[in-house]
Design a protein around this ligand. Structure first.
Ligand SMILES: *Cc1c(COP(=O)(O)O)cnc(C)c1O
Length: 365
């Protein structure tokens, strides 16, 4: 078995037909989100007898999959999402990549996939970002290179059991601001029919299945004129969990900042946990506890809840404006001061404009 420790050798096969500098400039000018992909991808495979093997960077290309490939039938798949940021001095950095690596290990355990060692994960992201460094945009307008590591059951077999052939890939896509509207409050639809995770389910794993189950609720949100959907706990339909792909924060009138506690049904966002630490440094008191939908609904009416924001790698920190449900709506339409302060503090660390006192940034180039 090949060991994949930090000395691991990653073979690079250059793309002989890379995107032209002119076309790249056009793409980086207005990247959008998830539309364009870099010239290369990282790839390695796992089998029970060989473990993880043949780590390599190869030209970005379509995959050829047998129609019986297990992931297409049973959704044994996990992913991560992170960004590479260019600083003013030209250097390139990622944000807490070991945290993404550790979460991917936890997701792998839940989905009965093989664990990818933390240092292999970090090395894979570093290798791809270094190879495609010219794709990391200049920092203006909060542009970045979004990196998507993922792992899936690539065995061609229709029996139901953990796959004996697994593929791990990393692809990357230049990104502008996640929401087309920019940093303006988003509106949220309260899903009362659908939930995203139940006790003992996959809510804490970053897996495509959770997104598949959220889409119909997101569709309902769009029909209701809302940007995003919020899910409640599946047991009582009473406690706020999270959005389809972002965690939530509430700022109270006494200055306390509250975020729903993670108890297996909420995805443990790295942005979420970083904000807890950041708020401590900014002098805010943070509580992790259950938050009922009534506390939100009534709180914005009485003024007890001053600000609501959502957070995640893709959209960083996004103010939440209106909450809409069958029968009513409540909320505010401007970005609150604490939301703006937290957002700026985090983004400034990521883009190297503020000192990284937490040691969160990882230099790639
Ligand atoms: C990825 C994700 C988040 C945000 O996690 P970050 O690590 O902050 O990007 C929140 N909720 C869900 C469901 C997610 O998949």
């Amino acid at each position: 078995m090949l060991s994949m420790d930090s000395s691991l050798h990653i073979e690079v096969t250059p793309n002989t037909d890379p995107v032209s500098p002119e076309r790249l400039a056009e793409i980086l000018d207005a990247p959008g989100f998830g539309n364009h992909f870099t010239d290369h991808m990282f790839r390695c495979e796992w089998t029970p007898d060989r473990g993880w093997h043949e780590p390599r960077v190869v030209p970005y290309a379509p995959l050829s999959l047998d129609p019986a490939t297990a992931v297409l039938h049973y959704a044994q798949e996990i992913f991560e999402g992170m960004k590479a940021y260019r600083h003013e001095d030209g250097s390139v950095w990622t944000f807490r990549p070991e945290e993404n690596a550790a979460r991917m290990v936890r997701s792998a355990r839940r989905l009965a996939l093989p664990e990818l060692p933390v240092d292999t994960f970090v090395a894979s992201v570093d290798a791809l970002v270094r190879t495609d460094e010219r794709w990391v945009p200049q920092p203006a307008g909060e542009k970045s290179l979004y990196v998507r590591p993922f792992m899936f059951a690539s065995e061609a077999f229709l029996g139901v059991r953990p796959a004996q052939h697994v593929t791990y890939l990393v692809i990357a896509s230049p990104a502008g601001a996640y929401f087309a509207k920019g940093v303006k409050p988003v509106s949220i639809w309260l899903s009362e029919e659908y939930t995203r995770a139940g006790r003992g389910g996959m809510g804490a794993a970053k897996t495509g299945g959770n997104y598949a189950s959220s889409l119909v609720a997101q569709q309902e949100a769009t029909e209701q004129g809302c940007d995003q959907v919020v899910f409640l706990d599946s047991g009582e339909g009473r406690y706020v969990e999270e959005l389809g792909g972002m965690n939530l924060y509430f700022v109270h009138d006494d200055g306390t900042i509250v975020t729903p506690e993670t108890s297996g049904t909420i995805l443990e966002g790295i942005t979420r946990s970083s904000i807890i630490e950041l708020c401590g440094k900014l002098g805010h008191h943070v509580e992790e506890r259950p938050v009922s939908i009534d506390e939100w609904r009534e709180g914005v009416g009485t003024g007890r809840v001053r600000e609501v924001f959502a957070c995640g790698t893709a959209a960083v920190v996004t103010p939440v404006g209106r909450l809409k449900w069958r029968g009513g709506e409540a909320g505010v339409d401007e970005t609150g001061p604490v939301t703006a302060q937290v957002r700026t503090a985090l983004v400034d660390i990521q883009y190297g404009r503020a000192e990284d006192t937490f040691g969160w940034m990882h230099r790639v180039r």
